[in-house]
Design a protein around this ligand. Structure first.
Ligand code: ADP
Ligand code: ILO
Length: 372
């Protein structure tokens, strides 16, 4: 019997502008989702009719449904990926589909193992010479983490989210030395403080339609916030897309120093909290793109000539496995020729290799910029 189609098409989609569809909730997905011509999401590429038939009525052990997992990308057909998990168990409960997503994005097969290494002595990243250092405004490395004892943010209850905030902030409250800092709750922060932290690239923005449709903005801004040290070089986002985003950042191009601080902080937090993790997937995250290391190492870099040469910069990005974003976060455009260049892969390679991907990709981009 042929699969039926869900009517998730909006008028705007008919005209090819890829706006959000009419789907209001996951239960509105009553048949195989409709993807307008031009949809390029991983959801659309990986969801075959066979997989749909196998998975459509499945739920994970927390009751998170397959339809919830694909809702964001079924609704927002301009998604790059379009998929969010409800828990560590979702990756097994929806394996026919999520294994395919993971293999397409990371090249990691169901039989592959993930091995972590934050041994920064293995990193080969000589300092940038002064003319190259001048091109780099800032460096940031973050890892995504979620607590083993809870489902992911897509599926936590309001009470569980509050417990997570309490657990994380009390562990961070014990930090001393350079990592010592304070927690700032989104609920009590003034609008002006919030705006400034966002403008300075320290805080998440909220109001993300993809996260919202995955259930990640329920009860906003309750139980969300940011911990940071005085220098704002070590920061932790609490209860955004992942329960923790551990961040090390600073002005300039000293990748090694940023990585050392990150490794130190992540290890310290892990000594106080058990993170969802296994041999095959590494650290578990809400979006399949962050599985494994959950690591995104980036620089904000000025490449005015190269960024006008679209084919050239894209071919360098593909060759070195790096991603180019605007500087105000994912899905943003950029100003003044400054771009965010980061490692694309996160799973099946260790943390050192991924920071190395970013360094090598940035060096290649700089060489190309200089040659233009
Ligand atoms: P992530 O998924 O890594 O959190 P986003 O692209 O949503 O990434 O970015 C989150 C915030 O971090 C944004 O404000 C972005 O500008 C900032 N950011 C990312 N990389 C850097 C960097 N190298 N220097 C300064 N800020 C950065
Ligand atoms: N759901 C969005 C974002 C995907 C990848 N980014 C993350 C992990 N924030 C999309 O499919 O475009």
């Amino acid at each position: 019997m042929g699969a039926s189609y869900t009517s998730n098409i909006a008028d705007a989609d008919v005209n090819g502008t890829f706006m959000g569809s009419h789907l209001k909730s996951p239960s509105d997905i009553t048949g195989f989702p409709y993807f307008p011509t031009g949809t390029g999401s991983l959801l659309q590429k990986c969801l075959t009719k066979d997989i749909w038939e196998q998975c459509k009525d499945r739920r994970d052990k927390f009751g998170f449904t397959f339809k919830q997992c694909i809702f964001s990308g079924a609704k927002w057909t301009n998604s790059g990926v379009g998929v969010y998990a409800g828990s560590h168990d979702s990756y097994y409960a929806f394996a026919p589909f999520l294994d395919k997503i993971i293999e397409s994005y990371h090249g990691h097969k169901p039989s592959d193992k993930h091995i972590s290494s934050m041994d920064y002595n293995q990193l080969n990243c000589p300092s940038f010479p002064p003319d190259e250092d001048k091109m780099i405004n800032s460096t940031r490395i973050r890892v995504a983490r979620n607590l083993a004892a809870y489902p992911l943010g897509t599926a936590v209850t309001r009470q569980q989210r509050k417990e997570i905030e309490k657990l994380v902030t009390s562990a961070l409250g014990e930090f001393e030395g350079d990592l010592k800092g304070k927690y700032f709750s989104l609920e009590t922060m003034t609008e002006a403080e919030k705006k400034q932290l966002i403008a300075d690239h320290f805080l998440f923005k909220g109001g993300d339609k993809y996260l919202e449709s995955a259930g990640l903005e329920r009860d906003w801004p309750e139980a969300r916030g940011i911990f940071h040290n005085d220098a704002k070089t070590f920061l932790v986002w609490v209860n955004e897309e992942d329960q923790l985003r551990i961040i090390s950042m600073q002005k300039g191009s000293d990748i090694l120093q940023v990585f050392k601080r990150l490794a130190d902080a992540a290890n310290k937090i892990e000594s106080k909290a058990k993170f969802a993790n296994d041999e095959h997937f590494g650290y578990v995250s809400t979006c399949p793109t962050n599985m494994g290391t959950g690591l995104r190492a980036s620089v904000h870099i000025n490449l005015p000539k190269l960024m006008k040469a679209k084919d050239l910069h894209q071919s360098i990005a593909d060759k070195y496995h790096v991603q180019i974003r605007g500087i105000h976060g994912e899905h943003t455009e950029t100003d003044d020729g400054v771009f965010d260049i980061s490692n694309l892969r996160r799973l099946g390679r260790n943390e050192v290799q991924l920071v190395q991907d970013m360094y090598d990709g940035v060096k290649a981009m700089i060489r190309a910029e200089k040659s233009l």
